[in-house]
Design a protein around this ligand. Structure first.
Ligand code: HEM
Length: 401
């Protein structure tokens, strides 16, 4: 071992999804770790033959996410590989660029603005169902239903599949090893999603409609139609990328709003400020941690990394790095600049960011219009999960009817 290597901090047994410190004090714990050990090695993947390197500073995260030649997206899992390859997320340029171009076209700001009216109608109908109740559990009653309904509409799938789709996504994304030791529940849910997608792709090949699936089956790459397997991989990614992320962000945003009546009042009187508020919520509550595979022996951020090692880009730690964001724990409505990494960076920067921003802004605006005053239910103990996507486990809210 070299002298430089000797000084590298090692956190034995550290894994962000199960670390008790993170589960107890998510944001504060990342802050503490970032200031004490901005880059550290964990030995939890040693038995798989590689080191895991956690990157916590903004600057290192940005540099790593942009450097796709040194840090490959061959898999974005940190322990083992994905059972189903996600396209385009688990491809590197130049292959990635071809698929990404197809998605970027369908999720451009202009395309997404065309969906806004429908998104708003779906959102209003969900909130109007809830408003007379005077209470809800935000995540199951609203945050998961809203993006799932958007997904079903965009894909041209029937909206009455909503609860089935939510249950499957929850199994794929949140089933734990203790409740699903051999992974069979996750595998079954994944197979069910792929079967749904296969059926809808097959139907649209023969009967075209004005929806995203029809557009995907008629796209070409290098002059050829996109293959079945690649189509499923794209559909599967859209399914899981859009549901959990928007739902989790809504959880953090509504917890913040429930505790900040002055901000609620400001956004109600000046709804034109909501897009700025969304940007600052994204900066303050980043949710994604994504992995990359080191492609050659190198030194990065002062650490000796070996080919095959994996890095973890922790956007939750980067979003509150005081070197990039003054007063990082404060919600600053007009923060500028606000170059957060919540949607990632580099070639894989979130393809759904325009859709996500519109969905979040519409949810805030329409909720505050109908339920301007709300609070967290007395005695609620809020707990969080931390993993590829972090989120609150539940958010019980109450308001006067
Ligand atoms: C607030 C909500 C969202 C957040 C925070 C978020 C975050 C991210 C992040 C951090 C990445 C980069 C992952 C990596 O580098 O490995 C990503 C990629 C991606 N996201 Fe999102 N996302 C959100 C919503 C959505 C939505 C609504 C969709 C679409 C329906 C979507 C589709 C995608 C796709 C397709 C990719 C892969 C892009 C590529 O590899 O080129 N996301 N997202």
């Amino acid at each position: 071992m070299t002298n430089a290597a000797k000084q590298i901090p090692v956190h034995r047994g550290f894994e962000h999804g199960t670390d008790p410190g993170l589960l107890a004090r998510h944001r504060q714990e990342w802050d503490r770790l970032r200031e004490e050990t901005p880059v550290f090695r964990s030995d939890v993947a040693d038995h798989l033959g590689y080191s895991l390197w956690y990157l916590l500073r903004y600057e290192d995260n940005l540099a790593a996410l942009q450097n796709y030649e040194l840090f490959s997206s061959r898999t974005v899992q940190h322990l083992g590989d994905s059972t189903h390859r996600l396209i385009p997320e688990e491809l590197d340029p130049p292959e990635h660029t071809k698929y990404r171009r197809v998605l970027s076209h369908h999720f451009s700001p202009k395309a997404v603005r065309g969906w806004e009216g429908e998104i708003r109608r779906l959102c209003v109908s969900l909130i109007e169902e809830l408003a007379p109740r005077g209470e809800c559990e935000l995540l199951t009653d609203f945050s998961q239903r809203f993006p799932t309904t958007i997904f079903l509409k965009i894909m041209g799938l029937p909206v009455d599949l909503r609860e089935t789709f939510i249950a499957r996504a929850n199994t794929v994304l949140h089933e734990r090893n203790d409740t699903d030791p051999d992974g069979s529940r996750r595998q079954a849910a994944t197979a069910a999603i792929v079967a749904d997608l296969a059926a809808i792709f097959a139907a649209r090949r023969t009967e075209r409609q004005d929806d995203l699936v029809t557009r995907l089956v008629t796209e070409t790459i290098d002059g050829e139609p996109i293959g079945e397997e690649q189509l499923f991989a794209m559909g599967f990614l859209l399914y899981i990328a859009g549901l959990d992320t928007v739902a989790s962000m809504l959880g953090y945003i509504f917890r913040h709003l429930a505790e900040d009546p002055a901000l609620r009042a400001k956004l109600i009187s000046e709804p034109g400020l909501i897009p700025d508020a969304v940007e600052e919520f994204l900066r303050l509550y980043p949710i994604a941690t994504t992995a990359r595979v080191v492609t050659r022996d190198t030194e990065f951020a002062g650490c000796p990394m070996r080919k095959g090692d994996r890095i973890l880009c922790v956007t939750a730690a980067a979003g509150r790095d005081p070197r990039e964001f003054p007063n990082p724990d404060k919600f600053v409505l007009d923060r500028s600049p606000n170059r957060h990494l919540t949607f990632g960076a580099g070639p894989h920067r979130c393809a759904g960011s325009h859709l996500a921003r519109i969905a979040l802004a519409v949810a805030i605006e329409e909720w505050l219009r109908r339920i301007p005053d709300f609070r967290i239910a007395d005695g609620a103990q809020l707990t969080e999960h931390v993993g590829a996507v972090a989120g609150l486990d539940a958010l019980p809210l109450v308001w006067d009817r």
